[in-house]
Design a protein around this ligand. Structure first.
Ligand code: G4P
Length: 547
């Protein structure tokens, strides 16, 4: 009868949602989403290849980026990228390791890195810092680590290139601690270096992994010798083992012991030594990411924090990539899933536009190809086709009104004024710059007085990308000229009168960005300081969050 049927229906719905909750919890717990931070040439590309090798995602190393040939297997998208032989855009690679789903987000490491590089780090749960052991801490690593610190992102450190003459390992740890202001907890310790590199000693396991050059094996199985006092070692390399024992004593006395809580709160980094090109020490860092790095965590949104295991889907766009597939000239919005389960074809709400969209042709990023995604969970990155209506920072949900916070725009450090050769194209120029500004490719400022637009970037390459895209996508031949601006700060105040006085008095230096936020364009450090002193009721911000 009727009542029996409805009672049955209710209980089966219950078990269904229980089952689904269990699945979401399991899938979330096995996800690790991280990015690599490093200075150019430290070995990020090499390491990425080896990481993919472990997962069986690629058969041969060398497919991530054919360096000298200038070929890009995973990011062969933009002309300019091919010309420069560097990766303008970050990409995403998903692979499995030890029953875990790993999402590796590429953070371009060229000198001319862009704002994308920074923003990718807002979508990760941990980071792998790669340091060239011959060079130590370099400039770009410092910048990227600063960004990680904004969210206390846990960092695993890999000291690379131990097969070369490197700096003294103790000195390297000292430098990381003093320059990057993060505690080091060595987990492996090198035995010798360069020609005399013998392997690493695992401080927690008390075992020695012997180095053999040129390992291309996916499992990276190296010979292991148990115990630092094992007589076998003294036979094999008597000199180095004495040295190792001395150093280990020093290390035990002078450095930090690994502490999971301190790592998870971003104040301590476990340190591993190895050689990416020899696939040596790589599995250890992958294991550290799986064993120690966090699964997706709670994310802050405007109304509340969102837990990854909530049943309803939500996520935010952290990057927009143009022309990934030259055949389609499409744009892809990279969305980080923050909660629930994404299912192909589901309808979600684009919260800024207040519009429902059906996500049917969404892509995921399996190592080297773009594949249609069937489902995704917190920590995963999915690519949404974007016809110009998505912006960085846009949030999506199953209906709840929430906006994820913490997706930063950084005050640009480089400025150009834009001029066009053909004045009839001024409308296209404005349209193009508006869209590129919304995408976050470059920051566009319109001064209150004067007709020139001012472009701001954190990497010089961004200007080249914009020039090439203006020409190819909008048919605008633009010339960028040096500008007298040296820095920019976003301006806010509770005091509306101060704001409007400021705008009226300094119209040439007050501008609005593509999202309509007021900014002050300073001509020098002194100019900025004096202005701040003169306008005490205004607050000057070096970053702004997408609102
Ligand atoms: P990046 O992405 O961080 O810029 O670095 P990439 O992996 O491209 O490595 C930069 C250079 O360092 C490459 O040499 C690479 O082979 C080398 N390298 C990476 N890991 C190691 C290592 O463990 N030991 C040694 N000795 N070298 C390493 P290249 O000459 O610029 O390119 P290639 O022609 O060798 O590919």
């Amino acid at each position: 009868d009727d009542s029996a049927a409805s009672a049955d229906g209710a209980s089966s719905t219950n078990t269904n949602s229980d089952r689904q909750a269990g699945q979401i919890a399991r899938e979330t717990a096995r996800r690790r989403t991280f990015g690599i931070i490093s200075h150019p040439d430290a070995g990020k590309t090499t390491l990425t290849e080896k990481l993919l090798l472990f997962s069986g995602a690629i058969q041969l190393a060398g497919t991530v980026k054919g360096r000298k040939s200038g070929r890009h297997a995973t990011s062969d998208w933009m002309d300019i990228e091919k010309q420069r032989g560097i990766s303008v855009a970050s990409s995403v690679m998903q692979f499995e390791f030890r029953e875990h789903v790993i999402n590796l987000l590429d953070t371009p490491g060229h000198q001319d890195f862009s704002e994308d590089t920074y923003r990718v780090l807002t979508a990760v749960d941990s980071a792998l810092m790669v340091i060239d052991a011959a060079k130590g801490v370099e400039e770009q690593t410092i910048k990227l680590l600063d960004v990680c610190r904004m969210r206390d992102t846990p960092i695993v450190t890999f000291m690379n290139k131990m097969d070369r003459e490197t700096r003294d390992p103790l000195e390297l740890l000292d430098e990381v601690e003093s320059v990057l202001k993060i505690e080091c907890a060595p987990v492996t310790w090198p035995i010798g270096m360069g020609k005399n590199f013998r392997g690493v000693y695992h401080l927690l396991k008390d075992e020695i992994m012997l180095f053999k050059a040129g390992e291309e094996k996916a499992d990276g199985a190296f010979e292991i010798v148990k115990g630092i006092d094992n007589p076998k070692l003294a036979e094999m390399f008597p000199l180095e083992i004495e040295q190792l024992k001395m150093e280990v004593e020093l290390v035990h006395g002078a450095s930090h012991v690994f502490d999971l809580e301190r790592f998870l709160s971003g104040v301590q980094t476990p340190v591993f030594f190895g050689s990416a090109i020899n696939n040596f020490g790589v599995r250890e860092i992958l294991s550290a990411l799986v064993d120690w790095a966090p699964a997706p965590r709670e994310r802050d949104a405007t109304v509340r924090a969102v837990a990854p295991v909530e049943p309803k889907f939500s996520g935010f766009v952290f990057k927009i990539q143009a022309n990934m597939d030259p055949a389609h000239r499409d744009r892809i919005a990279f969305l980080r899933v923050c909660s629930g389960r994404f299912e192909k074809g589901m309808k979600v709400k684009h919260l800024r536009l207040g519009r429902e969209v059906k996500l049917s042709s969404v892509v995921t990023f399996m190592a080297s190809s773009r594949e249609q995604v069937e489902e995704a969970y917190a920590g995963d990155i999915i690519g949404l086709p974007n016809h110009g209506n998505m912006q960085i920072g846009d949030s999506f949900s199953e209906g709840e009104l929430l906006t994820f916070t913490g997706i930063p725009y950084f005050a640009p450090e480089l400025f150009r004024t834009v001029r066009i050769r053909n004045p009839l194209k001024v409308k296209q120029l404005h349209k193009g710059l508006q869209q590129l500004g919304e995408e976050g490719a470059v920051q566009v400022f319109k001064p209150v007085l004067g007709s020139d637009l001012i472009l701001g970037a954190v990497g010089v390459l961004q200007f080249e990308v914009v020039a090439s895209r203006l020409l190819n996508e909008y048919g605008v031949d633009a010339v960028f000229e040096s500008s007298s601006i040296s820095s920019a700060r976003w301006v806010s105040s509770e005091d509306k009168k101060s704001l409007s006085d400021f705008e009226n008095q300094l119209g040439h230096q007050v501008a609005y960005d593509a999202a309509g936020n007021m900014a002050f364009l300073a001509t020098s450090g002194v100019n900025l300081r004096l202005t701040q002193e003169r306008w005490p009721k205004l607050t000057f911000h070096a970053t702004r969050e997408h609102a």
